[in-house]
Ligand binder design. Structure first.
Ligand code: 5FU
Length: 271
């Protein structure tokens, strides 16, 4: 489809200043997927298994490395090496959902210290806007790592929704950091068109239409179409919607998220 090709290659991708988001958008277009897998499994070997199984269907894999039963530094190194190999093989990017929320000098140390050494393997990391611009400034010396700012969480009663202007203030602190910021996590529309820069919106709390109810701990879900067409998501983040199924069904369910997600994204962007 020539119109779609033009839209991605001539309009959207050139408008991105951040190298990581440019790369992500290229992957999304090439693989026809806006699905990010939240790889929330207990054992690091299972995380690698799901990455291997779903690699062809995702543009991004989101880790919580401090939840993976990694027993020592050597296992961390082994895990991240395998994960990077899979990311190269299947062409997806890696986002560590570390949600940094401290002064810049501490975040800098958290990014580089053992055992996780996040800056060495993650393509993107999440940060809260709470500390102000210092939380972005500390990324300036680091190469090959981009930031996604959490503007509005998906959980019930989250302050991004409740405190007036919180979301907007999160946008404001990114001014001057276009090269570092890939986009925002938000459960509602957050389209910023600053100086012609295009940022991506990542939306968690997404489920298929078979879903009813929350998770009992505050998570709230919306359907794929709602997330993209009504709430402005470019990338949908899905964990349990896929992983609650047995590993023999992961691929089939992920394919459904991929199909629905991509067709809603195309519909949104072409309008
Ligand atoms: F920033 C956020 C947020 O606002 N909500 C989230 O759910 C991050 N998340 C992450 O997305 C959360 O930590 C999980 O890793 C994932 C959603 O998982 P689910 O199993 O699809 O609910």
């Amino acid at each position: 489809n020539l119109k779609l090709d033009n839209l991605f290659k001539k309009k959207l991708i050139p408008r991105m200043t951040c190298t990581a988001s440019k790369k992500l958008l290229r992957i999304m277009y090439k693989k026809k997927t806006n699905l990010c897998l939240a790889a929330d499994l207990q054992n690091w070997t299972e995380v690698l298994e799901v990455a291997r199984t779903l690699g062809p269907h995702i543009c991004l894999l989101r880790t919580h490395i401090d939840t993976y039963n990694l027993e020592n530094y050597y296992q961390v190194v082994e895990f991240r090496k395998h994960l990077k190999d899979l990311a190269t093989k299947f062409d997806f990017m890696i986002m560590e959902d570390r949600k940094f929320a401290d002064i810049g000098s501490t975040v800098q140390r958290q990014l580089t210290s053992k055992p996780f050494e996040i800056a060495q393997w993650a393509d993107m990391v999440t940060v809260h806007g709470l500390p102000g611009p210092g939380v972005l400034q500390c990324f300036e010396g680091l190469e090959n790592i981009a930031v996604v700012v959490i503007a509005e969480m998906s959980s019930t009663g989250n302050l991004g929704r409740k405190v007036s202007d919180y979301k907007h203030e999160c946008l404001k602190i990114t001014d001057g950091y276009d090269k570092i910021v890939a986009g925002f996590v938000s459960h509602s529309k957050i389209r910023v068109d600053r100086k012609d820069t295009f940022f991506l919106q990542f939306t968690p709390g997404v489920a298929l239409n078979d879903y009813t109810g929350g998770d009992g701990l505050g998570q709230q879900y919306v359907y794929v179409d709602d997330a993209i067409l009504d709430r402005g998501a470019d990338v949908i983040i899905v964990g349990r919607g896929i992983l609650k199924h047995g590993n023999e069904n992961w691929r089939e369910v992920a394919e459904e998220f991929q199909r629905n997600g991509w067709s809603a994204l195309v519909q949104k962007l072409m309008n």
